[in-house]
Design a protein around this ligand. Structure first.
Ligand SMILES: [Zn+2]
Length: 400
């Protein structure tokens, strides 16, 4: 393992903690005081979470017991809450969670990136199978690899502590776990959605079109589009135009690093809208476009914003949003557009995301503002209802 600045920070932190007398044992194993029971928000029926109390499970030699600090609410959680499409009820949901190690087995020494783990460290789990760091969700589905440790979407069992909407979670041996002690709580809650965008930008870079001086249009300013803008900005792309229909979101896009914004409601018809995007770039079309909405019309429109020889990354259709109409001659063939699709992320993108979050903070991007609502665990039903009403951006459960 190479000694880099974060290793040194970690060592300094442990030494300082030791001087304060609050040190965690440096070696693996051991525990902090843990209560005899844990609380889990169990989805027991459609639109109904119940807070259940379970005995604290035995921590095996390869397991980690984590005291949960917070967990983001994902669209997947909302789907499960509303319709249970995966047939998981009763289920402990929540996969965008983070917390502190309070107990771990004697065999646990390092995280999935090789970083040491100790009691008191802050961790996240990743939904992607750890055997192949380049494997994506697409591969998982296609190859039916199985054994993807998706805490928050596991069937209930006699441990019960399987999701992050809880006060404790038992991370079983063999799971993918990362030490993210150098990130604050809000950043840690945002890791999972940010990883989706790190992957999308990596996909975009495979076209060879994305450069420091590229003119980039980002269509859709929900959490996905906003994080996309922040990533482009942190990697040194300065010329970013955001397109959305809501003034509030466009204002947010500026804070995330967009240089110009275009409200599509101010422009009637695709020609006028294309003209507005062109104006925003000072009379040029975009070199590259990110399509971050789930709207078929938006997909059809975006080709018009791209110059001949430009590129497009489509990542808005997480679920089947229907067919979109394009003209292959004008939109792709005669313009020689290079298109990539992007879905979820790989394990390596996950680790890259931690560094992005630090860089974003370093240049003062207010990523934490993406978390517009915070609820305690007891109000998880309200939290999901707010999410279903599409109020705010990111909703999170935060424990006391
Ligand atoms: Zn998610």
């Amino acid at each position: 393992m190479e000694i880099n600045s974060s290793n040194i920070e970690e060592i300094v932190r442990q030494v300082l903690d030791g001087m304060k007398g609050t040190a965690a044992p440096a070696a693996s194993g051991g525990s902090r005081n843990v209560p005899s029971t844990a609380h889990v928000a169990m989805l027991t029926a459609l639109e109904k979470f119940e807070i259940k109390e379970y005995p604290m499970p035995t921590v095996g030699d390869d397991d980690i017991l984590v005291k949960v600090e917070g967990c983001g609410v994902c669209g997947t959680d909302a789907h499960e809450f509303k319709r249970d499409p995966f047939g998981l009820i009763p289920v402990a949901l929540g996969h965008e969670g983070t917390g502190e190690i309070v107990k771990m087995g004697k065999n646990v020494k390092k995280d999935s990136a090789g970083k040491p783990l100790a009691i008191g460290d802050k961790v996240v789990t990743c939904m992607i199978f750890k055997d192949n760091p380049d494997i994506t969700m697409f591969d998982l589905n296609k190859q039916n690899v199985g054994g993807a440790d998706v805490y928050g979407l596991l069937p209930d069992d006699d441990v019960h502590l399987n999701g992050w909407f809880s006060d404790y979670i038992l991370v079983r041996g063999g799971s993918t776990v990362f030490n993210v002690s150098d990130l604050d709580l809000d950043s840690r809650i945002l890791i999972e959605p940010c990883a989706v965008l790190i992957h999308a930008v990596e996909r975009a870079k495979t076209t060879g079109i994305l450069r420091f001086n590229s003119r980039v249009v980002v269509q859709g300013c929900g959490p996905i589009g906003l994080i996309c803008i922040a990533i482009l900005r942190t990697m040194g792309i300065e010329n970013i135009v955001a397109v959305d229909g809501e003034a509030k979101r466009l204002e947010f896009a500026r804070q995330m690093g967009a240089t110009q914004v275009v409200n599509f409601k101010d422009h009637k018809g695709i020609e006028a809208l294309t003209g507005a995007v062109e104006n925003a770039f000072g009379g040029y079309l975009a070199d590259f476009a990110f399509q971050c909405t789930g709207s078929p019309v938006a997909h059809s429109n975006i080709y018009k914003f791209i110059r001949n020889g430009g590129g497009l990354c489509e990542l808005g259709f997480f679920i089947n949003g229907g067919d979109a109409t394009i003209n292959p001659h004008f939109d792709i063939c005669s313009k020689e557009i290079t298109t990539v699709g992007s879905w979820v992320y790989t394990l390596r993108d996950y680790a890259t995301t931690f560094d992005f979050l630090k860089r974003a903070k370093g240049i003062g991007l207010p990523l934490e503002k993406l978390i517009t609502h915070k609820f305690p665990l007891e109000q998880i039903n309200e939290a999901l209802q707010v999410n279903l009403k599409m109020e705010g951006l990111k909703i999170a459960i935060v424990n006391k």
